[in-house]
Ligand binder design. Structure first.
Ligand SMILES: N[C@@H](CCC[C@H](N)C(=O)O)C(=O)O
Length: 276
């Protein structure tokens, strides 16, 4: 099978984008891992597959696979790249695009230049729906690891996130704690792990150890989850600049059942063909 693809990124969180509308695509976890491999493949954090929607009220459906081959529910940076990918491939000329994902419908607004704003929907906080093992919903939960008790917030943006507040993001033990929290038994579907340093009520630094991909240069859903956690802890205002290692996103959340909005750039690096 020979596949046409585009290599894109949102703040260095990189994707292999495949149009499964104009070509036949059959992927399994093994093929995803091969595409994502940075030495033997193209290399990426996630593989995104664009398909025809099953719901006539939306424009497209897209599927998201982590570099480890697991299929996941949502991807914020991927959603922005998807919007520019379908326009660049002339699959649509729309500036407001509705797309079905495994976690629901997202609305994408293509702005000036390279900017895309995504309506990410409302955050999910009920532990059973994250999923996270806790009898009661809370803003802060204790999480026991190696005799240490961490204070985390748990938020789903369609996909699960644990958020820790740290004094210094650059010095945070992301490589050590990231995989331990990702695989903690209290998160039955594993979890993405955010390390957030609050600079002011309108600005944070954030590093994310992503489920199925390791630390990435940026995580869109992670940025949304961190702002939700910070708002619930009354550390942040409703519009926040999130500085990630690959650059900045602006996240807005008015609280309660309001949707979270994410705005940031996308870029295409190259196009090619790969034999699988
Ligand atoms: N990079 C993404 C999130 C991709 C999925 C995540 N690793 C998961 O397993 O849920 C983003 O920008 O949101």
């Amino acid at each position: 099978m020979r596949l046409r693809f585009s290599k894109m990124h949102g703040l260095g969180n990189d994707f292999v984008m495949i149009d499964a509308i104009s070509q036949k695509v059959r992927l399994n976890a093994d093929k995803v891992r091969k595409l994502a491999d940075r030495r033997f493949g193209i290399g990426c954090d996630q593989v995104l597959i664009v398909e025809e929607p099953s719901n006539p009220d939306v424009d497209f459906r897209y599927r998201i696979y982590n570099a480890d081959g697991s299929e996941v529910e949502n991807c914020g940076n991927g959603a922005r790249c998807f919007a520019n990918f379908v326009r660049e491939r002339k699959l649509t000329g729309k500036q407001v695009i509705k797309v079905e994902t495994a976690s629901g419908i997202l609305e994408l607004h293509v702005k000036r230049g390279d900017q895309v704003q995504v309506d990410m929907g409302k955050p999910i906080l009920a532990p059973a729906d994250i999923p996270f093992n806790s009898q009661q919903q809370s803003t802060i939960y204790p999480l026991h690891i190696d005799g240490q008790t961490l204070q985390i917030s748990a938020v789903s943006m369609g996909n699960p996130h644990a958020v820790l507040v740290v004094d210094n993001c650059a010095a945070a033990p992301v490589e050590r704690l990231g995989p331990q929290i990702e695989n903690h038994p209290d998160f039955p579907n594993r979890v993405n792990v955010g390390f957030m340093e609050v600079l002011s009520r309108t600005e944070i630094n954030l590093r994310v150890y992503e489920r199925g991909a390791g630390e990435t240069l940026a995580c869109g859903t992670g940025a949304c989850a961190a702002v939700v956690a910070g708002r619930l802890r009354d550390l942040l205002d409703s519009t926040v600049t999130v500085n990630l290692p690959g650059g900045a996103l602006v996240i807005e959340w008015a609280g309660g059942d309001h949707p979270v909005r994410m705005t940031g750039p996308t870029a295409q690096v190259f196009q090619g063909q790969v034999k699988l």
